[in-house]
Design a protein around this ligand. Structure first.
Ligand code: ZN
Length: 236
């Protein structure tokens, strides 16, 4: 099992390039990644209550939204609700410094190589409670949602899962994604859960098939349908 500690979610359209990159990195620089213990840095407001994420007992998480992309903000709220149905936690918006999580616009220095979002790891140095998103990536609402679920998973202490069906797989592939048995066990070792540790895999959500593009409530499939891979990857 290799670990590609880049904590990123490249879009499915660039997955082949990323798989190649991941393999190269895993073969040539795994020792470097394995010993990395310091989070990325940035010029964002730190969250005074970020240590709440390390609590085993019930967590009360204040979320500060500093992103300029309100769609990301909306999908992030849904992703927090999703995790709050599994982990014994509640969350609220907190625009002050007493937040535990700050959702920020990532800079090119933080989001390199087609990375669209990146979280910090609570147990690493320089943890400030930050999750950075590419505010300009042309993502569908669903992609924003599953990306937010993945990144919040990191904040809850989850590492990448080698099973491609897991939401914690390091690439954003097409197909159903779940919080799988391994993810649940890992969560249970860190936090109180609202579900038994032997609970079956939990679906993260349903993807909207492309043939439904334009349906009243999707709002996102057309982006994927009309944009070319080149147009998408050049955004980075
Ligand atoms: Zn990740």
């Amino acid at each position: 099992m290799y670990r590609y500690n880049c904590e990123f979610r490249p879009r499915f359209l660039v997955r082949h390039l990323c798989i190649f990159g991941a393999l190269v990195v895993s073969m040539t620089a795994s020792s470097v990644y394995a010993t990395q213990t310091s989070n990325w840095a940035g010029d964002f407001a730190p969250c005074a209550n970020r240590s709440e994420l390390l609590k085993h007992g019930p967590m009360s998480l204040g979320v500060k939204f500093s992103t300029s992309n309100h769609a990301i903000e909306r999908e992030f709220r849904k992703a927090m609700d999703f995790w709050a149905s599994i982990v014994d936690m509640n969350w609220h918006e907190d625009e002050g410094s007493s937040c535990a999580i700050n959702v920020v616009d990532g800079t090119p220095e933080i989001l390199k190589n087609a990375v669209i979002a990146r979280s910090q790891f609570p147990e690493w140095d320089n943890f400030q409670g930050w999750i950075a998103f590419d505010a300009h990536a042309p993502l569908s609402k669903f992609e924003m949602y599953v990306t937010a679920v993945h990144e919040i998973g990191h904040l809850l202490g989850l590492k990448h899962n080698p099973d491609a069906s897991s939401i914690m797989y390091f690439l954003d592939l097409e197909g159903p994604e779940v919080v799988d048995h391994q993810d649940i066990l890992s969560l249970a070792s860190r936090h109180l859960l609202r579900i038994p540790a032997n609970h079956e895999a939990i679906p993260v959500g349903k993807r909207i098939p492309l043939f439904q593009a334009g349906a009243p409530d999707d709002g996102d499939a057309p982006v994927r349908a009309v944009a070319s891979p080149t147009a998408l990857t050049k955004k980075h």
